[in-house]
Write a protein that binds this ligand. Structure first.
Ligand code: SF4
Length: 310
């Protein structure tokens, strides 16, 4: 099946998924946390999968079956592997533009050294690039790239794309316990991400069964530290911890506001105080959430922060 959804996405609203890679996973990486599964074909050569016309027709038929309320905010290439391995990606994006729905692509960025890939991706309205680490050793361990990929070439490809791209560029950094989440590595990652000037730098954790069963998400302390490091670097940083937080400001429901906001940003103690006051509420609401194990209190730089528990 080429189309699925639309599925709710905090980043994209209602997102109609397009899988432009046929059959089993084909990727330039074999990330230890991959949720598509452990079995795959490694590849670095772009190839032909579906005809763009076929993708267009499947999207057209899928859209035709949806209620008006379900019309997607984005058509999103989120493949069974790496979507830029598809030689027809650019042509498919061009055709899909006829629907006047913004096009998003979620890529691992490893092929951005290729000028054709950059030109094709540049036609999309929103692109998410994976940026888990700026350290070659960690990259090899975490993303397990195909041997023909060169780390420095890959990094400069991402930079070239970021410099030429006029759409919305975001980055995604997956935090894996004791692999890429220690402070020195995170400082370097933040520096690399900063160089790409993303509109939002997302920090996420594995929330579904990973390809390697021993992989664990970073601890709340490490997630908070990563957030603070990215934030200090001047990045507009958001967390994706598996909750569709809406970051609603204050709504009159203190518990809901706390859960929504701290799923996206750790809430500092002074902000928490303000949020509770605005909601005409008090700390008993927060303590209840901590007791219920929904929120965790952490200390960083001698300040208290509250984070949604994952
Ligand atoms: S880049 Fe994406 S599809 Fe490829 S192995 Fe990593 S997580 Fe899986």
């Amino acid at each position: 099946m080429i189309c699925f959804g639309p599925i709710p996405s905090r980043r994209l609203g209602k997102s109609l998924g397009i899988n432009n890679i046929c059959d089993k996973k084909i990727c330039t990486y074999s990330c230890v946390y991959c949720q598509v599964g452990a079995k795959q074909r490694y590849s670095i050569e772009r190839e032909l999968f579906y005809e763009p016309k076929q993708i267009y027709m499947e999207v057209e038929s899928h859209l035709g079956k949806l209620n008006t309320n379900d019309i997607p905010d984005f058509l999103t290439f989120v493949a069974n592997g790496e979507p830029t391995l598809d030689k027809n990606l650019g042509e498919s994006i061009q055709l899909l533009k006829k629907f006047s729905i913004p096009i998003a692509v979620i890529t691992n960025g490893s092929l951005l050294y290729n000028a054709d890939v950059r030109a094709e991706l540049a036609q999309a309205d929103w692109v998410s690039v994976k940026c888990d680490t700026a350290n070659q050793r960690i990259w090899s361990k975490l993303n397990r790239p195909i041997s023909k990929l060169n780390f420095n070439t890959m990094c400069s490809g991402m930079l070239s794309f970021a410099n030429q791209y006029r759409g919305t560029l975001v980055t995604e950094t997956m935090l894996v316990d004791e692999v890429n989440d220690h402070a020195i590595a995170l400082e370097r990652t933040a520096c690399q991400v900063y160089g790409l000037s993303p509109s939002i730098a997302y920090l996420s954790i594995p929330t579904r069964p990973p390809a390697v069963s021993t992989v664990k998400p970073s601890t709340p302390e490490a997630i908070n530290e990563a957030y603070q490091i990215f934030d200090k670097r001047g990045l507009n940083t958001e967390l994706i911890l598996g909750f569709e937080g809406t970051d609603t400001g204050y709504t009159g429901n203190a518990a809901e506001d706390i859960l929504n906001i701290c799923a996206v940003h750790p809430i500092r103690e002074d902000t928490m105080r303000e949020l509770l006051a605005k909601n005409n509420s008090d700390y008993s609401v927060l303590y209840k959430l901590i007791e219920e194990d929904k929120v965790v209190e952490l200390e960083f730089d001698s300040k208290k922060f509250y984070l949604r528990k994952h």
